[in-house]
Design a protein around this ligand. Structure first.
Ligand code: CDV
Length: 311
């Protein structure tokens, strides 16, 4: 008997700064209802899915930034999504900005959670690879201040048996780093859920702009194949506050093949029936880690951060 998980990447079109959380939650609920109508078990929403992508603005006013954060999940505004998930018996993965009191101080993380079919949070991940910069860089067309507004995640990449499969999460920039998938691969992951906000324009390297979708697919397809796992990537995209972000939300098989992909840059469901048993074919052959990995040869990966070229 195969283990089929019917999954939707719930791509979101832009969320403008003036859009209320209530209006966004209505959009999320609408996508969840559509997904339930298609028999989905699980819906993957993007990174920071409840507000506009606020790291594009510099401010020294922490109160202004904290307005984009959640101090509770579910909250009064997000509760309808959790209730609907429980009523429809559909799980979801949601990215949000998390403001929490931890270790005796206020901490801010770029976080995602998996919610099961009863509407309960069953797994949490805090983004580890924070791109961008910490100080104001006015030469850029727009800022990318994740290094200012968030701390590096402190939960590693947890995976858990959920809905009959081994599930894990990554957030946006994480998807470009092979270590992200390999750490979860070593924990037996069978499906990696990834939300992203990716501006087409890369201010430090504008020559990459025309390759944005290619690099998106390249990273996720490689991560899937090299670890024998499904990958589900869900974008927030379109023109948000004048900044164009790429779509191309995708569901990728353990073979590395794209099974389904978004056609628009708006709210759109991308659906696939994912056979989790397909992972074994890769995990037990080409990427049988126990048989073929050589960790002694990989020491440098954890002992050194930056590259050091020969003299
Ligand atoms: N939200 C992100 O992490 N975005 C980055 C951009 C800045 C390159 C990404 O990797 O898509």
């Amino acid at each position: 008997m195969s283990r089929i998980l019917t999954v939707a990447a719930a791509q979101l079109g832009p969320i403008q700064r003036a859009d209320t959380r209530a209006s966004v939650v209505r959009r999320l609920c609408d996508l969840l209802r559509q997904a339930a109508g298609h028999g989905c078990d699980l819906v993957v929403f993007p990174e920071l899915a409840l507000t506009t992508f606020f790291p594009r603005w510099y401010t020294e006013d922490q109160t202004e930034i904290d307005a984009f954060f959640e101090t509770a999940l579910p909250s009064a505004e997000t509760a309808p999504l959790f209730a609907l998930a429980g009523a429809l018996k559909v799980g979801f993965c949601l990215g949000y900005a998390e403001l929490v009191e931890e270790d005796g101080r206020l901490r801010r993380f770029n976080t995602s959670v998996i919610v099961d079919k009863s509407g309960e949070i069953v797994l949490k991940y805090r983004k580890i690879h924070l791109p961008g910069h910490a100080e104001h860089e006015p030469w850029r067309a727009f800022q990318h201040l994740e290094k200012r507004y968030f701390e590096v995640g402190n939960l590693n990449w947890p995976v858990r048996r959920i809905m009959g499969g081994v599930l894990g999460m990554a957030i946006c920039n994480d998807r470009r780093w092979p270590e992200t998938y390999r750490v979860m691969g070593l924990k037996g992951v069978e499906m990696v859920l990834i939300g992203y906000n990716t501006p087409r324009h890369n201010p430090p390297a504008p020559d990459h702009d025309r390759l944005s979708e290619f690099h998106n697919q390249l990273s996720m397809q490689a991560g899937a194949y090299q670890n024998g796992t499904w990958v589900v990537g869900a974008a927030k995209c379109g023109v948000e506050e004048g900044c164009e972000m790429i779509g191309a939300s995708s569901i990728i098989a353990p073979s590395g093949q794209i099974v389904a992909q978004a056609l628009t840059q708006d709210d759109e469901l991308v659906l696939a029936r994912c056979d989790l048993d397909m992972c074994a074919s890769y995990k037990e052959t080409t990427f049988n880690f126990a048989k073929h990995r050589q960790p002694e040869a990989y020491r440098l990966i954890v002992e050194q951060t930056g590259a050091i070229a020969p003299e």
